[in-house]
Write a protein of this length. Sequence first.
Length: 173
Amino acid sequence: MSINRFMRAVIWFKKIELSRLIINIAMIFGVGHLSHSQTIVNKSFYNPTGSYELVSKKKIKDGDTYGYSGEIDIKLLDSVHIAMSFYLDKGAPGYNSGSFVDTLDYKNSVAVYETKSDTSCKITFAFSKKGVTVDHIAKNYNNSCGFGHAVVVSGFYKKISSKIPEIKDPFGD
């Protein structure tokens, strides 16, 4: 292959990767271009109020639960803010867990949780009628986001109720 063909191939590959990046950003923020003639339409507003449960395999052995368990309670405060109570544990044998209660910005059916104690922590919540897809990003998952050792909260949490939940600390009375 000539240098010219090689350079064209490299440029083409970089354009494809850039296009994928632009599409991903557009999907998150609800605006952008799929191609020169198609545009992504803003997602319609979705009220995420309700309760959600992590979809995961669990096994009970000798009274101990093995496998991840998680719950999310959401209350829409206004068109751009939600209150969230979040809890997840890894199950036996260590039962390491992570939790928070916070008010988050809500735009295009997406909310993002970040914490000052771990600036690499970013948890994205993408809501739909069926549930919420959670994506957890951190530099070091051993104690990311202030959670317990090796707690990673990514996954799909199925909507189990649309009733307005009480937003409270999972460990509170």
